[in-house]
Ligand binder design. Structure first.
Ligand code: ADP
Length: 153
């Protein structure tokens, strides 16, 4: 059976940290669906179409990567797309606390779906969309934290 994983997130915007986790996930799964959550209570800086465009530019020609926007429960999105795995990235113990709560809840909601956590590489451990947004808001250059193919003016 083909192994399909969903990598859910806000990707507001996609960073080098996300890019690395996605690349590593493609080594583990036959198909990776990058799922941009639309229903978060978080306020976004970039609209969904823009976030999607940047993800597409980051992975222009990989037939094993799909990009979709979704709303509703992540587990429902997984079931609809016949994905048995959720991938998440871990940077710190703070991430761990947050991710554990989500993973345990998802396991209760949909026992057939396994959450797989990938530890970030140390060089990405300080990279986050929120820091990138802060840099952009304050007119700094966030280039080093963004995938090579995307440019934010
Ligand atoms: P969310 O709002 O769901 O946390 P994010 O886009 O911020 O969405 O993150 C999506 C996933 O990517 C989360 O599992 C997060 O921990 C992971 N992630 C974010 N930045 C990094 C990074 N630098 N290294 C590894 N994983 C990361």
């Amino acid at each position: 059976m083909k192994k399909t994983a969903v990598f859910p997130g806000s990707f507001d915007p996609i960073t080098t940290g996300h890019e690395a986790i996605i690349n590593r996930s493609t080594q583990l799964f036959d198909k990776v669906i990058i799922a941009i959550g639309e229903n978060s209570t978080k306020k976004h800086m970039f609209d969904i179409e823009q976030r999607k465009r940047w993800i597409k530019q980051t992975f222009p020609e990989n037939p094993n990567i799909e990009i979709q926007a979704y709303s509703g429960l992540t587990v429902d999105f997984c079931l609809k797309n016949k994905a048995n795995f959720i991938v998440r990235g871990l940077r710190s113990s703070l991430d761990f606390e947050y991710e554990q709560a989500i993973a345990l809840t998802n396991k209760e909601l949909a026992p057939s779906i396994e959450t797989v956590m990938l530890f970030t590489e140390s060089k990405y451990s300080m990279v986050s969309s929120s820091i990138v947004r802060d840099i952009i808001t304050n007119k700094g250059n966030a280039e080093q934290f963004l995938p090579k193919s995307i440019q934010i003016d």
